[in-house]
Design a protein around this ligand. Structure first.
Ligand code: MG
Length: 268
């Protein structure tokens, strides 16, 4: 078998869109890790959220958090020294984004100047957050423990003041991305695609012929899918694909985790 690394989105791709379960993919992921194929998570999820899934499934590979804000590489993972920006627990962290402290400071200023009445995790107690997210307190805590971004989860995002705030954040090198329900304030430099490329360069230093495989389900996976040798797009619930274009993109005719299994089995 060729040497491959799998870079994968989580929500709606490796894990179920609706109930966040990983039953469909876990066995195959364990098998891959067992035969030395790294499964690298690359998602908007936080370090603690990803740690939860890594532990539950048994994944040892590096992982990319908060939409390409940082790459977490287990110490001694590569047989050479690598450049890193910080160290958390047993991980060397390569940072692409801006730390949360900075983001909260800029956000506070932009809110004051614009008068926008929106609130993020940092402004709310865990009880309120868990009510809004409809998650239990532990899961809410994992979602709220952000290193490189802030999520705006409460308040009116259709006002003129909100637009002004967004413009001020842009000037400060940040972007305010609209998600399904919430907005995420994050550095313009956070990038799933760049993070994947950086990490894959390290793999290639170790194994020059290493091939990158990418799997995603949504528009926010486009940078990831554009940065790998073999990109796969899985279906959304209801059997349709997000309208994405990337060189060599393979549209897998199955939803989320089922599509994941189908695509990866085809590679082995
Ligand atoms: Mg997704």
């Amino acid at each position: 078998m060729e040497n491959i690394v799998i870079y994968t989105d989580l929500d709606g791709t490796l894990i179920d869109f609706e109930d966040y379960s990983f039953e469909v993919t876990a066995t195959l992921v364990r098998k891959l890790e067992g035969i030395g194929v790294p499964v690298v998570f690359c998602s908007s999820k936080t370090r603690e959220e990803q740690a939860y899934y890594r532990e539950a499934i048994g994944v040892k590979a590096p992982f990319i958090t908060e939409n390409g804000s940082a790459i977490f590489i287990p110490q001694d993972y590569f047989p050479f020294t690598i450049e890193f920006d910080s160290q958390i627990d047993d991980y060397l962290v390569v940072e692409l984004g801006t730390n949360r402290e900075n983001i909260l400071k800029e956000l506070e200023e932009a809110r004051k100047k614009s008068g926008a009445k929106v609130f993020g995790y940092a402004d709310l107690g865990i009880d309120e957050i868990s009510q809004i997210l409809k998650l239990d307190k532990k899961a809410s805590q994992r979602a709220a423990t952000r290193d490189y971004s802030e999520t705006l989860i409460k308040g009116d995002k259709s006002t003129k003041a909100f637009k002004e705030m967004t413009a001020l954040l842009e000037k400060a090198g940040l972007q305010c991305n609209a998600g399904g329900k919430f907005h995420t304030v994050i550095s313009k430099k956070s990038d799933k695609g760049k993070a994947v490329k950086k990490l894959h360069q390290l793999y290639k230093r170790q194994f020059p012929k290493m091939i990158s495989v990418g799997l995603g389900d949504s528009a926010n996976d486009l940078p990831l899918l554009q940065s790998v040798d073999r990109p796969f797009l899985v279906q959304k619930p209801g059997n349709w694909w997000d309208d994405l274009q990337a060189p060599n993109l393979v549209k897998v005719p199955a939803i989320g985790p089922k599509g994941w299994v189908e695509a990866v089995k085809g590679l082995l």
